[in-house]
Design a protein around this ligand. Structure first.
Ligand code: MN
Length: 268
């Protein structure tokens, strides 16, 4: 991995190839933001594997990390099923989602989700986009996804719904260009999670561990909420004040499930 980020690939590219690549800024590919602590790249690869192992990502979906050395760059795997991602698959992008050093690698069509959210949310350093199955029904139902227990307290501020028809009319539901990415980021606003109607959801956090934690417990909350509703009585959800108290407490403990999930996912 290290060699990818330590060289100046855009300089090398300019010697061997035309300086302007379609879809990249005038003057050629964006420059690299430089080397990244290898343990962070390992965590990003682990996040892919954890989210697959926990049933949040399947053959589709992706997770990215803002470059720690330059807020105008982010890191994400080449187009690959998350469960297969290793450190050598991680690529660097600018916030318009142009690759720094593509080298023929295919890219996720929906990478604009990541770039546009990083533009809109300076405090966000990790973005997860998934088709997390238990969450999908809440994107198509009039029943809102709501925090049911302390582990999903981060949902108590509300979960906005992205209706892609409002942004793009009739589409294939994919966030395949910057305009749709921007519209999704606008819907997400200052929240940790947004639902995407007929598609999936997006989860963000200030670091990898918290974003992964939130993505896992968004899925679990959705599953439990359906079960609570199916019991047939009324459901008591967390109050916003309880949400703040619970989220504050849990933030100090998420290293515990992270280590467990990582061990299980990397064992495979
Ligand atoms: Mn998708």
């Amino acid at each position: 991995m290290a060699h990818i980020l330590r060289t100046a690939p855009s300089m090398l590219l300019n010697i061997a190839r035309p300086s302007v690549v379609p879809g990249s800024p005038a003057g050629g590919s964006p420059s690299t933001a430089g080397p990244v602590d290898p343990s962070l790249i390992e965590d990003l690869a682990a996040a892919n594997r954890i989210l697959a192992d926990q049933g949040v990502l399947d053959g589709y979906g992706h997770v990215s990390l803002r470059h720690p050395g330059n807020p105008e760059r982010y890191l994400m795997s080449r187009s690959l099923a998350p469960e297969l991602v290793t450190v050598s698959d991680i690529m660097e992008y600018d916030l318009d989602s142009n690759p720094v050093d593509q080298r023929g690698r295919t890219m996720y069509l929906e990478r604009f989700i990541h770039g546009e959210i990083y533009k809109a949310r300076p405090e966000v350093n990790c973005v997860v986009h998934s088709h997390s199955p238990a969450v999908v029904p809440f994107g198509v139902s009039s029943v809102p996804l709501r925090a049911l227990y302390h582990m999903s307290a981060f949902l108590t501020g509300g979960v906005p719904l992205f209706e892609i028809r409002n942004a793009g009319g009739m589409t294939d539901l994919l966030v395949r260009n910057p305009d749709l990415g921007r519209a999704l980021a606008k819907t997400l606003a200052d929240k940790p999670v947004a639902l995407m109607r007929g598609h999936g959801n997006v989860v963000v956090g200030p670091d990898i561990q918290l974003a992964v934690y939130r993505a896992v417990y968004t899925e679990v909350n959705a599953r439990l909420q359906v079960q609570a509703i199916m019991l047939g009585g009324s459901v008591t959800y967390l109050e916003p004040e309880e949400g703040v108290l619970a989220a504050t407490n849990i933030a100090g403990t998420i290293g515990r499930p992270w280590e467990l999930w990582k061990k299980k996912a990397l064992r495979k």
